[in-house]
Design a protein around this ligand. Structure first.
Ligand code: C5P
Length: 222
């Protein structure tokens, strides 16, 4: 099925499952648009921190989520993000921003505001949607739903490598703890918890390189 005539592939999974890298390479290979929904939650977290809205003010957070201007420039840098015109690529990728995004993501008003914005990414010729609830809530009619997973140890190791490569100083034990906390929060929240859609294809990437994940997804899509 399509979303308003646009084919959508939903790629969900926890932090470090490889969904970001795989979504980016699929979108580039197919020439489709990419929705990095985590970057939207991270943008709300950044805006909230700057404008002083706390977690106890869902209305202000939801208003910020509806109002903020977010742009991505995948042609320049696959992770490039601009919030209200400012380049926030590096700021969005910090562990603090990710942890705050995960706390904001439990708030139903924020999820509702971002639902509308995420649906708007479905434009021709097609969309690769990367997140936690793409197949279950945002694009239930996606033509293909993939749920990527990997062992917690491997996911922590991947995140560690990524952050160190970006020059961000982290410790592996701290990162493992943070990932466990985020998994717990994402999987147990009341609204849109992280789980595979009933019709999702589950792919365990623990011992697979991105190339070997890419191949079955391209095959399922045909
Ligand atoms: O994927 P990323 O790490 O950038 O997402 C940051 C946080 O945003 C996640 O830990 C998760 O809590 C939340 N999120 C979400 N639903 C999505 C995407 C991200 O709840 N579709």
């Amino acid at each position: 099925m399509t979303v308003n005539g646009v084919p959508v592939v939903a790629i969900d999974g926890p932090t470090g499952s490889g969904k970001g890298a795989i979504s980016r390479s699929l979108a580039a290979g197919l020439g489709w648009r990419l929705l990095d929904s985590g970057a939207l939650y991270r943008s709300v977290a950044l805006k909230a921190g700057r404008e002083g809205f706390g977690l106890n003010d869902p209305q202000a957070l939801a208003a910020a989520a509806s109002r903020m201007q977010v742009e991505f420039s995948p042609a320049l840098d696959p992770e490039a993000a601009y919030l209200d015109g400012e380049d926030v690529t590096a700021l969005l990728r910090t562990e603090e921003c990710g942890a705050m995004a995960s706390r904001i993501a439990v708030i139903p008003e924020v999820r509702k505001a971002l639902w509308v914005r995420q649906r708007d990414f479905a434009r021709p010729p097609g969309l690769i949607a990367d997140g936690r609830d793409m197949g279950t809530v945002v694009f239930p009619e996606a033509e293909l739903k993939v749920y990527l997973t990997a062992s917690p140890e491997e996911r922590a190791r991947r995140r560690y490598k990524q952050l160190i490569q970006k020059g961000i100083d982290v410790s592996l034990p701290d990162l493992s703890e943070d990932i466990a906390r985020r998994d717990e929060r994402d999987a147990n929240r009341v609204v849109a918890p992280l789980k595979p859609a009933e019709d999702a294809r589950v792919l365990d990437s623990t011992v697979l390189s991105p190339y070997y994940c890419h191949a079955p997804i391209r095959f399922w899509k045909v």
